[in-house]
Design a protein around this ligand. Structure first.
Ligand code: MCA
Ligand code: AMP
Length: 501
């Protein structure tokens, strides 16, 4: 069944109830939201979008963005969200790989991306602004047509979400209607979602956390969503008294705790604070409990599988752990060669369940390389205690997570190595008080290298800002082991206190 149909069914009988509110945009009832989705879906069909077509979307977060997502599901097409920070060079890769039927972008980038689309043989570019402007919004205003809900099987694709790779370029994780529904229904149940919940939504909606985990729970219940354009401490503090659930990355909680206005009284109506996408430091967990009297519920997941484990709603939430496997998710720990790990030992976490994606878009070999006997190999190092609780203790993959955003050093190194004067480079993540980890680069360069400022400026032309190293250091040589592999652990140890925590 089409995932969108599940949301529509959930809204039946609640037509006049509030579905979503946004600052400056008022409240939309379920009837208004789904009516607008139907019109948006009609505009997509008029633009030639057919079931199975990819629709690439790089727009600012807004109610229109939400209904565009739902409209893509409704017509049976495949939603492909992109971080608004991606540059033209990054977009070129995604469009070339996914070959979408349609690109929807911000009106401010229309000229640049229409030209890119023409160069790449992409027929249609529509625009959608956060204020409800743009050619897609105009099309919606001019039509009364309602596109029907396209029937879909559980295995049919609903979305492709790109995730970077440790080797080579980003890969598109293919998520089906069945994958997304299974995970959403489980989360709604285990987190005790209620019709009178109000979801305080401050995450971006181009990643799994904000797009699927948060929105799907509220849409399935259904319960109202307060859609903030982004995370800002002031706005979130103002919104807390009227909300009941907040989902965030650890940086949200670090920033809230840094503000003395964040206190017990402000959280009196909140029933759940959820954290994920990156490790929540036990000191943040403890400081949060001291300040609010509440324990953050930490959970763990991945783009390829949605949510995998969660601390309990009822029962003890333990700092530094990510809780228990979700009821329909199986987990096992394996050594790097696939050998079983003895009880209590550390191993690579492998998972199986209805939430696990079917593979990477047009990359059967890379897909095969990341599954072992039907189990998906997460690349995260974990241990499991006698009760079944999981702790993520490290990563087997060379990955930096900064403010909940994944950064693959290889991609940055390739850009650095292509710059004049740089012979080779190593990119590492070092502790950072606000972002958890921050990106730092070591370069081996000749006398003629352009210097740190020019290197950073050059990278900003090519890469989204969050990936650009905060510091670039020239070194005489990179430390290597006997196999010639760069010993990044030594570099990390040496630069541990660069951004003191
Ligand atoms: C922005 N900047 C960053 C980051 N975000 N730098 C490093 N790490 C970041 N995360 C840079 C910008 O490039 C810019 O640099 C400067 O910081 C200010 O940008 P601004 O947009 O104002 O930043 P912000 O509003 O303070 O954003 C920080 C943030 C945001 C609120 C932590 O990054 C955020 O919302 N992160 C959540 C990401 C997320 O949803 N992850 C879930 C992935 P300059 O000035 O130099 O240009 S899904 C996932 O991981 C799985 C499924 C899971 O388990 O959830
Ligand atoms: P992404 O590829 O953006 O979906 O990021 C998934 C990765 O984020 C996982 O493989 C983990 O490394 C990391 N992650 C997500 N949640 C947590 C958590 N609660 N604790 C530690 N790492 C996490």
């Amino acid at each position: 069944m089409n995932l969108y149909q599940r949301f529509l069914d959930a809204a039946a009988g609640h037509e006049s109830g509030v579905a979503v509110r946004a600052p400056g945009r008022g409240a939309w009832t379920h009837a208004e939201l789904h009516g607008a989705v139907g019109r948006c879906a009609a505009v997509l069909q008029a633009a030639g979008v057919e079931p199975g077509d990819r629709v690439t979307v790089q727009v600012e977060k807004s109610i229109e963005n939400l209904l565009l997502y739902l409209a893509v599901l409704r017509v049976g097409a495949v939603y492909m969200p992109l971080n608004t920070a991606y540059t033209e060079a990054e977009l070129e890769y995604f469009i070339g790989d996914a070959e979408p039927r349609l690109l929807v972008c911000d009106p401010r980038r229309q000229g640049e991306l229409t030209a890119l689309g023409e160069r790449m043989g992409l027929a249609t570019v529509l625009t959608l602004g956060a204020d409800g402007t743009g050619t897609l919004a105009d099309g919606m205003a001019q039509t009364d047509a309602q596109a029907g809900v396209c029937p879909r099987e559980a295995d049919d694709l609903a979305a492709i979400v790109y995730t970077s790779g440790t080797t080579g370029r980003s890969k598109g994780a293919m998520l089906s209607h069945g994958n997304l529904f299974a995970n959403a229904a489980t989360l709604r149940d285990i987190w005790g979602w209620r019709a009178d919940d109000v979801l305080l939504h401050a995450l971006p909606i181009y990643h799994v956390h904000g797009l699927f985990v948060a929105l799907h729970c509220a849409l399935l219940e259904p319960s109202p969503i307060l859609l903030l354009p982004r995370f800002e401490v002031d706005t979130v503090l103002d919104a807390l008294p009227g909300s009941t659930v907040l989902m965030g990355v650890p940086t949200f909680y670090v920033r809230l705790l840094a503000d003395s206005r964040f206190d017990r009284a402000r959280c009196a109506g909140m029933r759940l604070f959820i954290s994920g996408s990156a490790p929540l430091l036990p000191e943040t967990f403890d400081a949060f409990e001291t300040r609010t009297g509440m324990r953050i519920l930490e959970r763990y997941g991945m783009t390829e599988a949605g949510m995998i484990t969660s601390n309990p709603l009822v029962g003890e939430r333990v700092a530094g752990t990510v809780g228990f496997p979700l009821p329909d998710v199986e987990v096992r720990l394996r050594g790097t060669e696939g050998e079983p790990v003895s009880a209590g030992g550390v191993g690579v976490l492998e998972i199986r369940g209805p939430n696990v994606f079917s593979g990477y878009w047009r990359q059967p070999e890379r897909t095969a390389g990341e599954f072992r006997d039907g189990w998906f190999v997460t690349g995260d190092l974990a241990e499991q205690d006698a009760e079944g609780r999981i702790s993520i203790v490290g990563r087997h993959k060379d990955l930096i997570i900064s403010g909940g955003l994944n950064i693959y050093p290889r991609e940055i190194e390739a850009e650095l190595n292509a710059l004049p004067g740089i012979d080779e480079s190593a990119v590492i993540g070092v502790p950072h008080a606000d972002f958890g980890e921050a990106v730092m680069a070591m370069v081996v360069a000749g006398e003629d290298w352009p210097g740190e400022t020019a290197v950073i400026a050059a990278l900003k032309q090519r890469l989204a800002g969050f990936k650009v190293p905060r510091k670039v250091v020239k070194v005489a040589a990179l430390p290597r082991n006997a196999m010639g592999k760069v010993q990044k652990n030594l570099l990390r140890d040496e630069h541990l206190h660069t951004f003191a925590r």
